[in-house]
Design a binder for this molecule. Structure first.
Ligand code: MLC
Ligand code: AMP
Length: 504
């Protein structure tokens, strides 16, 4: 028995002098240097008392150390749980306690603030990154490591997502879920060891961690590893990159910059977009300005990547392409699960080696999202057109995707409904020029009505910034159907031009 993910993605880095990461300041880390860090961190994880199958949670700024921690967790069979750096302490506490993490790693500056939480939960708290206490524990460790034996069905990572409904759930991803998808994508998108990926995504979600990093590791390629998406840094590095993966906001921001031209992207072979719908208009503008057709793909935390436009064939704007090799995808009646004919709109349901193992300690919730024949219900509504391309036409789940981050309206509504001056609320996503969709709170006030500045201040304690409303709309009552259900579609229609009008 070996450790498939370590063997396929990380072991090949050892003893190789080839470049692996280029950082924003131009400095580099070789493949061997990075593997040394993985080995040291692996020993440090074991020294902290973690056993295979234990969870390590990390909420730390993007850095090579966080990526090396991921490699170290894979080498030692420890389950990796990355967390959005925007989460508040309240949000963090839920995830860490729900998954029973043994170790929590955070930025050095947050140790004092989080010490009481760690004590309450009885977990080890260390800091990661330059001057981190965990780095100090690792510094004298060996650079050779014997990986912990694992098999493909063993858990590799837990990623929290609200799934199709309700409270955040930990999606359990096995080694094979991740590895099978990385292998498929390397082939499909023709990644080789000559590629240099411009990596400006966060590494706490599927897109930046698994799609981007795993593909590069599997291909033996390299990355320009930027701390975040920053236009100046991106333009400064484009001439060294061959590929970029981004959410649609990356592309609209780049289009808004006069530096974008055929010349600035002359070294690039491929631009990939995902995590949120890319407007056909953005696709066309990008083609005009750069001569490149953005390749759009579609996926989910629970399933990894599901569909992709072709590398060689037509990349059709407004579609997410065809199911990946090995992925079975059908359009089904959302109520009965019966497969619908080509051209009909229904629930996108999927099956394949990429589909997760279920939600952490939630067997009923897991069962509720799978059909009896093993297909997973994505909560996305789609249609397969006459050329076999999947078109996402809407969502059966009440979800807002803002700049590639998911926001569950219910979570925001529950927080708002507790505030003074709020009788009830409906949280919706409205078209936004930068974030694609932006969170808007429609509020029915009581008496004097709420003080929105105070609401935002209060929300900041419990909800990550990207979940907080970018605008408030006051209404005497919410539109409801005869069953009493709030008509969010009607609200979205009425206020569709809200951000266009407020920007004008
Ligand atoms: C930041 N803010 C956001 C936001 N990101 N608000 C709403 N939506 C977002 N996505 C807040 C900031 O806190 C700030 O608040 C204000 O909005 C403006 O910030 P900014 O400086 O303009 O934002 P920036 O840091 O540049 O970030 C924007 C971004 C980033 C789009 C680059 O959000 C990003 O990297 N998104 C990628 C998300 C991602 O990786 N998703 C993949 C999920 S996996 P203030 O305080 O200034 O008002 C998945 C599966 C799949 O979906 O298929 O891939
Ligand atoms: P997450 O739960 O963060 O992994 O988000 C997954 C959701 O993002 C999917 O269920 C889709 O609704 C959405 N998504 C991902 N890629 C695309 C895309 N290319 N076009 C439209 N929606 C997308």
């Amino acid at each position: 028995m070996t450790n498939p993910i370590y063997e396929a993605l990380f072991a090949p880095l050892a003893d190789s002098a080839r470049p692996f990461l280029t950082l924003a300041d131009g400095s580099g880390i070789s493949a061997a240097g990075f593997h040394d860090q993985i080995a040291r961190f692996g020993h440090a994880l074991r020294a902290c008392g973690l056993e295979p199958g234990d969870r390590v949670a990390v909420q730390a700024s993007k850095s090579p150390q966080v990526l090396a921690l991921y490699g170290a967790a894979m080498a030692t069979g420890i389950v990796f749980l990355p967390l959005n750096t925007a989460y508040t302490s309240d949000e963090l506490e839920y995830f860490v306690s729900d998954c029973g993490a043994r170790l929590l790693l955070v930025d050095p500056g947050r140790i004092d603030a989080l010490a009481p939480l760690a004590e309450r939960l009885g977990i080890v708290l260390e800091s990661l990154g330059p001057d981190g206490s965990f780095d100090a524990m690792a510094v004298d460790q060996s650079t050779a490591i014997t990986p912990t034996p694992r098999n493909g069905d063993d858990l590799a990572a837990l990623l929290y997502t609200s799934g199709t409904t309700g409270r955040s759930k930990g999606a359990m991803l096995s080694q094979n879920n991740l590895l099978s998808n990385a292998e498929t994508l390397v082939d499909l998108w023709q990644f080789t060891e000559k590629d240099v990926l411009l990596h400006a995504l966060p590494i706490f979600h599927t897109h930046g961690l698994f799609v981007a990093s795993n593909v590069i590791l599997r291909a033996g390629a390299q990355m320009i590893f930027l701390p975040k998406f920053d236009l100046d840094q991106v333009f400064g590095m484009l001439d060294q990159a061959t590929t970029m993966m981004g959410v649609p906001t990356f592309y609209t921001r780049l289009l808004g910059d006069p530096r974008l031209s055929r010349d600035t992207v002359s070294h690039m072979r491929l631009f990939i977009s995902g995590s949120a719908p890319l407007l056909a208009e953005t696709h066309a503008q990008w083609n005009d300005r750069t001569g490149h057709a953005i390749l759009e793909r579609y996926g989910m935390t629970e399933t990894n990547m599901l569909t992709s436009n072709p590398y060689a064939g037509a990349r059709r704007p407004g579609t997410v392409g065809m199911p990946l090799p090995g992925v079975s995808l059908r359009i089904a009646d959302p109520d009965t699960g019966a497969e619908l004919p080509q051209g009909a709109t229904g629930m996108i349901e999927v099956k394949g080696p990429n589909v997760f193992q279920g939600y952490w300690q939630m067997p009923e919730k897991t069962a509720a999202e799978f059909r009896a024949d093993g297909y997973f219900m994505t909560g996305d509504l789609g249609m397969i057109d006459d050329q076999g391309y999947v078109n996402i036409v809407g969502r059966a789940k009440d979800l807002i995707i803002s700049g590639g981050y998911n926001v569950y309206p219910k979570e925001v509504e529950l927080a708002l409904d507790d505030m003074p001056g709020v009788l009830e609320s409906a949280v919706i996503g409205l078209p936004h020029p930068d974030f694609g969709e932006a969170v808007v709170a429609v509020i029915v006030p009581t008496g004097e009505g709420p003080d929105t500045a105070q609401i935002l201040q209060q929300l900041a304690e419990t909800l990550a910034r990207y979940k907080q409303p970018k605008a408030f709309i006051m209404l005497p009552e919410l539109p409801r159907n005869t069953m009493g259900k709030v008509q969010k579609a009607e609200l979205r229609k009425t206020y569709a031009a809200y951000f266009k009008e407020t920007a004008a």
